[in-house]
Design a protein around this ligand. Structure first.
Ligand code: MN
Length: 341
């Protein structure tokens, strides 16, 4: 079978690999039909993903059709279309046993720490397979369930409910997914970016207010929008030392701040800035089994996967697809890989 193989940074090839086979009774084998490219795939390609190991078949956003099931599989059948949760956890550590398998102490992510989904066949445990009704969700959008699950995790970590007000810093794919899930939950969302085209896309997908932080002072925009109170929920998808400082400063008393960064840049924050407002600061990583929420919202037409996906490339042109994402942050959002042409 063909796969997108990164031997080492900047060395990406389409290689022939042996097809994986079911080895345990709980496993399911899928023929991958669609994948989409994430910033972390780019990071593996360019050597900037601090968590990745090489060589690697990349891809953690993918879905396909079930072609075989192990003897113990009950909830998935051959012929089902499904999305695959890339999180693999031990089930025994503190994080796993307290309901946070997405931060398992021996966590592995398919496509980052072990071989991923950008290949023609994948074998995965049944509890990571989410069958989808393709009458309601077109097959081509199966791969977008995972990126939306990142937004669902953020909303869940910040406990976003109807009437909540959010500031989402950054209008890339993650910011847009956070915003759409928040809108589906009934929240009001302000979004920022430096690129107008990305803000236009955010509005097209449902953002209530946008701020181009290259032209407008964000603090002023937040004070004006909240009568000087600050924002109840702030999600930092920019993930620099400075953006985190800004998030803490712009949160209202009793507000919640969500971090998503994996970089090593530090911030300078005094404890009083957190204590005085009794802020809740939470990290959000991957997704804690949020696929069902995303699938339900997608089925209800409350998300805009057709607007998230901006280009499609065949598997054989995967390298061009990655380059496209890197070189066109203004016009591209999610670039998909189609395995069937
Ligand atoms: Mn991703």
């Amino acid at each position: 079978m063909k796969g997108v193989f990164v031997q080492k940074p900047f060395d990406l090839q389409i290689v022939d690999r042996e097809e994986p086979e079911i080895q345990n009774p709980n496993e399911v084998k899928l023929k991958v039909l669609w994948g989409s490219i994430c910033g972390s795939d780019i990071g593996i390609y360019t050597g900037k993903n601090r968590l990745a190991t090489y060589p690697r078949i990349i891809g953690h956003e993918f879905g396909g059709i079930v072609v075989a099931v192990g003897s113990g599989v009950r909830g998935v059948r051959v012929g089902d279309h499904a999305a695959v949760d890339p999180v693999r956890s031990c089930g025994r550590c503190y994080a796993c046993t307290s309901g946070h398998p997405n931060v398992c102490s021996s966590l592995e992510v398919v496509g980052v720490h072990r071989d991923g989904g950008f290949c023609e066949y994948v074998v995965a445990p049944e509890d990571t397979i989410y069958p989808v009704d393709t009458e309601k969700i077109p097959v081509e959008f199966l791969c977008l369930i995972e990126p939306y699950s990142i937004g669902a995790e953020v909303n869940s970590r910040a406990n976003v409910t109807g009437g909540d007000r959010l500031l989402v810093m950054g209008s890339g794919p993650i910011g847009l997914s956070v915003m759409q899930i928040a809108k589906a939950r009934g929240a009001v969302v302000m979004m920022t970016d430096l690129i107008d085209a990305r803000l236009d896309r955010a509005v097209d997908m449902g953002a209530d207010v946008t701020v181009n932080t290259g032209r407008t002072d964000l603090a002023e925009a937040v004070w004006n929008a909240t009568d000087g109170e600050g924002m109840p929920v702030i999600v930092d998808t920019i993930c620099t030392g400075w953006s985190f400082e800004q998030a803490i400063a712009l949160a209202c008393p009793a507000g919640r701040v969500v971090t998503l960064g994996t970089g090593g840049q530090t911030s300078s924050i005094a404890q009083v800035d957190i204590t005085k407002k009794e802020l809740t600061i939470v990290g959000s990583r991957l997704s804690n089994r949020r696929f069902p929420e995303v699938i339900r919202l997608m089925e209800q037409g409350k998300l805009n996967p057709e607007k998230m996906r901006t280009s499609v490339y065949p598997l054989t042109r995967a390298k061009e697809a990655l380059t496209r994402v890197m070189e066109h942050p203004d016009t591209e959002c999610k670039v998909a890989i189609c395995f069937s042409y």
